[in-house]
Design a protein around this ligand. Sequence first.
Ligand SMILES: [Zn+2]
Length: 210
Amino acid sequence: MDRGLEILDEMVAVLDECGAVLLMLSDEAALNLDELGEVVDVARGEAINAFGAASLLNKHAELSESWTGDLSRPRAIYARHSKAVRNGAARVKPAVPTVRFPMAEEAIEHVLDAHQQSGETSVERPTCSAFAKSKGRRCTKLAAWMGPNEFLPHCYGHLDEDERRQYDERRDRRAEQERLHRAEVVARLYEEGRMVAAEWAERRRQRHDS
Ligand SMILES: [Zn+2]
């Protein structure tokens, strides 16, 4: 790897460490660090952009003419490459840095994604089988959803006592699963944070000893 790319890759890793350490640091310092977290997130995004742009330069991706003689910012490199592609140049994909830890939101998003995928439905959702007396025709509401391709015979309003119990149990089970997933994510973040903090303490000790 080119030296500039290598250092940028390390910068992303350091910002990953900054993100990972925030949760336990918030406890340790007894401070709300949400704003610091936002800034770290922004810096991380910029470092990833810079890494991608540097990789385009490194791969000699074609660029349109620069407007100035100064060095281009990462976004300008992307824009100049896109313009060159529109004019017929081959598209080069920017490289992605090695991620040390997925950041909190990504981890939670991942959990939610996995959760939603397990709930995906492929068959058409049936309608309620109850007869709505007030309207003199069959109820047109959608049947209560129990899981992938699994429905109760009635809409939520028309569930009988037993169906309602099944429905509520299922809902509580899902909520409990979600809570456990989240707790797992938080536990992992704490663990990563403690690991980073130990590394920082060691680095600091070495610097002060030498
Ligand atoms: Zn109904």
